[in-house]
Design a protein around this ligand. Structure first.
Ligand SMILES: O=C[C@H](O)COP(=O)(O)O
Length: 259
């Protein structure tokens, strides 16, 4: 299967920014800029309280909705948590899981990310499973080891049947929100390794279908080169997703490469 068989995905992670009115405004601008194109899959991931207003705005367009987290249980005594079913009720299609900020700030382990991944898939949500090394780990030459542990830990019990829904985001922690981007070669090396590990986990054919996004200071100035890499199938965008024009420019980069 060639790269062109995987549709690029540009996903905006708005993190803990914007209230429901501000989120709806940004979503309106995104829809007006890229909501009609069909070459690239586009998704915006607001915080929980903003999902409903953004859901209404993107409805009927080609901009899809994602959440930034979820609990692995369907319901119950889990104060402050949100389930996959609740996200589906708001017409979310994607959910970001295991972001490094959640791993670091909220103690999410690979085992928790695994439970969430299985629950998301069972609820027909596409999980965007985040993995990536810290600067310390990179400098210690442990990138492959870290990636392998995180990927295998997150995907226990995931089968080839999930390949079309599954999305992996490689986010080197040292590149997130720092302005430091992995060079296209550095990123591609890890993405190729991830695809190879996926082949071992779910089979080579299924691994070819999985989209692997790059995240970490991706912006219009560096997107063309990153997205052109053989195993980079899109981006998980933080800062640049908070401005409709820069987010749309990233979608346009992917669109050019889709032709
Ligand atoms: O989820 C998105 C990433 O953490 C990247 O954030 P950034 O684009 O602000 O570096």
């Amino acid at each position: 299967m060639s790269k062109s068989a995987r549709k690029y995905l540009i996903a905006g992670n708005w993190k803990m920014n914007l209230n429901s009115a501000e989120g709806a405004e940004l979503a309106k601008d995104v829809v007006s800029l890229v909501g009609a194109q069909t070459d690239v899959a586009v998704c915006v991931c607001p915080t929980f309280t903003v999902l409903e207003s953004v859901s209404k705005v993107v409805s009927g367009s080609n901009v899809q909705l994602g959440a930034q987290n979820m609990h692995f249980e369907a319901s119950g005594a889990y104060t402050g948590e949100i389930s996959a079913e609740m996200l589906r009720h708001l017409f979310a299609n994607f959910v970001i899981l295991g972001h490094s900020e959640r791993r670091e700030d909220f103690g999410e382990t690979d085992a928790i990310v695994n439970k969430k991944t299985l629950a998301a898939l069972a609820a027909n949500l596409k999980p965007i499973v985040c993995i990536g090394e810290t600067l310390e780990e990179r400098e210690a030459g442990k990138v492959k080891e870290v990636i392998k542990t995180q990927l295998e830990g997150a995907l226990v019990g995931v089968t080839a049947a999930a390949a079309d829904a599954l999305v992996i985001a490689y986010e080197p922690v040292w590149a997130i929100g720092t302005g430091k981007t992995a060079t296209p070669e550095m990123a591609e090396e890890v993405h190729a390794e991830i695809r190879c590990l996926l082949a071992g986990l779910i089979g080579a054919e299924a691994a070819e279908k999985v989209r692997i996004l790059y995240g970490g200071s991706m912006k219009p100035e560096n997107a063309d080169e990153l997205l052109a890499q053989k195993n980079i199938d899109g981006g998980l965008i933080g800062g640049a997703a908070l401005k409709a024009s820069s987010f749309a420019a990233l979608v346009e980069s992917a669109q050019k490469l889709s032709k």
